[in-house]
Design a protein around this ligand. Structure first.
Ligand code: NAD
Length: 416
């Protein structure tokens, strides 16, 4: 785990790709900063009647290609720079998969485990009320991220609609189906990870059904990725969460481990497995490593010890730029977050489209459309990688994404 500043990592990634692009330095500089960041202090009543303050942020990074889009994170380590970085990654992610949205991110500095459901509802509604002037179906559309889900999205939508005296399900995505959510949204990030892993093994001419897999982070995204990759025939041998990991060289049952975590709160203690630390999991001798927890999981030192041949990034920013350099030098294929986890925002986009049409798609349609977006983007990334002789897939993704944002900016012109 590294303490690299994620916003500096983002800026370094943009610079790395900028070296291969014909974009003026001053325009590239603009693409390294958010357009605006809102910082709020939320005063929330605790159940005992006392008042407590919580710091929150919303960073709108870039709106050249469409309304700002990005999740809301509840975590004690949320910071202004983390939210800014995540909003930049959202911008380039939407551009890489070519959906007509910009990039944003929000967060509240809070440990949700320390709040009751009623307190979390008041916190979410206070945050939604503060964000109201900035958000809307044509302005900025939040979504879930770490420690938020359908429940928080439903509260956010209800607060916005109540204050605006309207119905506007497209103000936020990741809602429950009965509140205007989309089929396939909960599984979308894990599903795009699975598609990315499948395409990467295909690209390397390797058989995914023969592969062993380790997954760090067994939340919404990681557990679904593990289950869907297992369904393709691969063997998931290790998974972990913030309490530690479990390992079985003969293979775990991804679904059963998730049931165990739902019952006990953690993957540890799952029957007939060896316990292992997160660091041990990240350096296991497996074919595919899926980091699906938080940013900075792998720094340069750990990257030297990584034994996997392929890394598919489900988390945002799990490798530091220094780790990326090490892995590029060691010929480890890294499928970057901006492609591999783009299923979440892609199906969020489908949810928004359905909300605007007031028409619901079937799960099969959602999954088919998602597959074509992710596989199409993967092919474009490989084309960019080969035709520009780029050092790695991440640079290729940024070359594609930054060019699209810069084109939209150039076409619109500067204002004022
Ligand atoms: P989540 O809260 O459902 O799960 C996070 C998991 O990571 C939990 O199991 C937690 O215990 C574990 N974890 C936390 N710290 C850890 C550590 N130090 N070591 C090992 N495990 C640790 O969150 P999620 O929605 O699954 O998101 C996970 C990652 O995927 C984040 O980086 C998020 O930004 C990214 N992501 C999520 C989505 C989405 O749609 N949910 C979309 C794109 C990207």
């Amino acid at each position: 785990m590294s303490d690299a500043n994620p916003f500096e990592s983002l800026q370094e990634q943009v610079d790395d790709a900028g070296a291969y692009l014909d974009i003026d330095d001053d325009v590239l500089e603009r693409l390294k900063h958010p357009e605006r960041v809102l910082e709020v202090t939320l005063s929330v009543e605790r159940d005992d009647g006392s008042l407590e303050q919580f710091e929150g942020f919303r960073s709108q990074f870039n709106g050249d290609r469409g309304p700002y889009k990005g999740g809301i994170r509840y975590h004690p380590n949320v910071s202004r720079d983390e939210v800014k970085a995540l909003s930049g990654w959202m911008t380039y992610k939407c551009a890489v998969v070519d959906i007509p949205l910009g990039g944003a991110k929000g967060g509240i500095v809070v440990d949700p485990d320390e709040l009751s459901a009623a307190e979390l509802e008041r916190l979410t509604r206070a945050y939604a009320a503060e964000l109201r002037p900035l958000v809307g179906p044509d302005r900025d559309i939040p979504a879930p991220d770490v420690n938020t889900g359908q429940r928080e999205m439903n509260w956010f939508k209800d607060t916005y609609e109540t204050l605006e005296r309207t119905t506007a399900p497209g103000v936020i995505t990741g809602k429950a189906i009965s509140s205007g959510g989309s089929e396939g949204r909960v599984e979308a990030t894990g599903r795009s990870t699975m598609f990315a892993a499948r395409e990467a093994f295909d690209y390397l001419d390797r058989d995914l059904t023969e592969a062993t897999v380790a997954v760090q982070g067994y939340g919404n995204a990681g557990s679904v990725a593990a289950r869907l990759i297992e369904e393709l025939g691969a063997t998931v041998v290790a998974v972990s969460d913030s309490s530690g990991g479990v390992y079985d060289p003969d293979g775990l049952d991804a679904h059963a481990v998730k049931s165990h975590k739902n019952e006990t709160g953690t993957v540890t203690g799952y029957a007939d497995t060896e316990e292992l630390t997160n660091e041990e999991l990240l350096t296991l001798d497996v074919d595919l490593l899926v980091p699906a927890a938080l940013e900075n999981a792998i720094d340069a030192d750990l990257a030297e010890a990584v034994e996997a041949d392929v890394i598919v990034e489900t988390a945002n920013g799990p490798l530091t730029p220094a780790a990326d350099d090490v892995l590029t030098g060691r010929d480890v294929l890294v499928v970057p977050d901006v492609l591999a986890n783009a299923g979440g925002v892609t199906v969020s986009y489908f949810e928004w489209v359905q909300n605007r049409q007031r028409f619901a798609w079937s799960e099969a349609r959602v999954n088919d459309e998602l597959e074509s977006v992710i596989t199409g983007a993967f092919d474009e990334l490989v084309d960019a990688y080969k035709s520009n002789d780029l050092p790695n897939f991440r640079t290729a993704a940024y070359v594609v994404g930054i060019q699209r944002v810069a084109d939209a900016y150039a076409e619109g012109g500067n204002w004022p």
